[in-house]
Design a protein around this ligand. Structure first.
Ligand code: NAP
Length: 290
């Protein structure tokens, strides 16, 4: 039985993970920005008698992180696992997105994880044990057009996780990264709705890429299962790609040179469609021009 703190539990992967970990006998401190507006998890926990304690936590706010940590330490003196899950995404061309979008994504997806990690480390170091699980993305290693804020924030999270893993190893603390592919959560629609017209070509390809990837999407409960395996020690991998598309996409990207990957933005449509088939993505049916 572990005491587990999770960020971003109002929906999607955070919600599913809170439920699965609690069902497996762990005490879950499920945090979210607006607990009074999101009562679904609280209601479920009450109905099923699950050991889930709901706390308020906005990962972009130092005081909020400190307050949440103080509340966890009021309930227990041991924090076994931190899951940095809270995340946002927006799509658009670098030139056309406001700088505020980059700041918002870095602050939430990257610095939010840094803040929460710094808050748990003193206790984990004292305990000489602990596990920090960062929810990255395939987008943390496969970089695509119209996705710069998100991919940059997740790449930063990946680098941070690896640096951290080296630092905390002598204290018996473990770090793991989960890299979901496309997962059926509200995040997908939040990103999609922000795609507008662009003076940049390839927007159609970008939309087709994500639509085709959504054909293979997995439910958030499958990502929760990957996380459970890390918590249980069943997976001892540092990086944990999760989902039907994640391993093919990561493998395909790794098989190409950087130059060939970038050159793909300039190839003709048939060549691009074939490339995407190499990633197991059927983009053809989503190309309006076809
Ligand atoms: P989701 O359902 O939209 O969940 C995101 C969660 O993050 C929500 O609970 C949201 O809370 C919370 N959040 C956003 N900003 C926050 C802040 N400042 N402080 C605290 N919580 C905040 O999407 P999801 O797919 O489950 O995303 C969970 C994680 O998985 C993210 O890190 C995402 O990047 C990653 N991921 C998702 C996919 C995918 O295809 N869905 C793929 C790879 C990786 P509010 O309700 O308050 O907004």
């Amino acid at each position: 039985m572990s005491n587990i703190l999770i960020t971003g539990c109002s929906s999607g992967i955070g919600f599913a993970t809170a439920v699965l970990l609690a069902k497996n006998g762990n005490i879950v401190f499920a945090t979210m920005r607006h607990p009074s507006e999101n009562t679904e998890l609280r209601d479920l926990a009450d109905n099923k008698n699950l050991p889930i304690i709901i706390l308020s936590l906005d990962v972009t706010n130092d005081d909020s992180v400190k307050n949440a940590m103080a509340q966890v330490l009021f309930h227990t003196d041991k924090i076994d696992v931190l899951i940095n899950n809270a995340g946002i995404g927006a799509m658009g061309a670098v030139e056309e997105l406001p700088i505020e979008e980059f700041i918002r994504e870095m602050d939430t997806n990257f610095l939010g994880a840094v803040r929460c990690t710094k808050a748990v480390l003193p206790r984990m170091r004292q305990q000489k044990s602990g596990c920090i699980i960062n929810i990255s993305s395939v987008g943390g290693r496969v970089f695509n057009y119209f996705n710069a804020p998100y991919c940059s924030s997740k790449a930063a999270l990946e680098a941070f996780s690896e640096c951290l893993a080296l630092e905390v190893l002598p204290f018996g603390i473990r770090v793991a990264v989960v890299e979901p592919g496309v997962t059926d959560t509200p995040l997908q629609d939040k990103c999609k709705s922000q795609i507008k017209e662009s003076v940049y070509p390839n927007l159609e390809r970008c939309v087709a890429f994500f639509s085709a990837a959504r054909d293979h999407h997995i439910p958030p409960e499958l990502v929760a299962e990957s996380i459970l395996k890390i918590v249980n020690g069943e997976s001892t991998h540092f990086r944990n790609p999760t989902g039907l598309d994640s391993v093919p996409m990561l493998g395909f990207r790794a098989s190409m040179s950087d130059e060939d990957w970038i050159a793909a933005a300039g190839v003709d449509e048939d060549t691009w469609i074939k490339m995407m088939e190499g990633m197991n993505l059927d983009v053809r049916k989503y190309m309006i021009s076809r």
